[in-house]
Write a protein that binds this ligand. Structure first.
Ligand code: RB5
Length: 151
């Protein structure tokens, strides 16, 4: 699978380890930065990965900041992006199976690197179940539904 990874300066330390882990699992990893520990803004990197995902240049994304929150919020501004913050594998599994999440985010200040690897692995190996979940996902991207024009 072709996977994009992006972090801010707080997540930077995890980027290489997660990238190497993904490569060991046989994935292709595209590094969208940041490229140092110099202070930076998480929307730069979250939006970069989200744009690449929407453009079809990557199949999944991995985002890391201090908590995973800011960088996932920036990615979720893009239609078609479903970025989830996970601190344990159960949520990662259900985020794929029920929500067809396409970006996983986590916080380097929140979880350790081994747990992060486990979460990413579950995220990449769990299939979306479809069925009853699809209508709900469609509603997320339906402007009329979100404006209350239809139920
Ligand atoms: C940066 O200090 C920090 O706010 C950022 O890494 C992230 O945790 C934001 O959600």
């Amino acid at each position: 699978m072709r996977i994009g990874i992006g972090t801010d300066h707080v997540g930077f330390a995890y980027k290489k380890e997660i990238s190497d882990y993904l490569k060991d699992l046989g994935h292709e990893v595209v590094d969208y930065g940041t490229y140092s520990t110099e202070r930076t803004d998480y929307p730069i990197w979250g939006s970069k990965v989200a744009r690449e995902l929407v453009a079809g240049n990557i199949e999944r994304g991995v985002l890391i900041c201090g908590t995973g929150v800011g960088i996932s919020l920036s990615a979720n501004r893009f239609q078609g992006v479903r970025a989830v913050v996970c601190s344990e594998p159960y949520t990662a599994k259900l985020a794929r199976a029920h929500n067809n999440a396409n970006i996983i985010a986590f916080g380097s200040r929140v979880i350790g690197i081994e747990l992060a690897k486990m979460i990413v692995e579950v995220f990449l190996t769990t299939e979306y179940e479809g069925g009853r979940h699809q209508q709900r996902i469609d509603e997320l991207d339906d402007d009329d539904f979100l404006c209350g024009m239809k139920e």
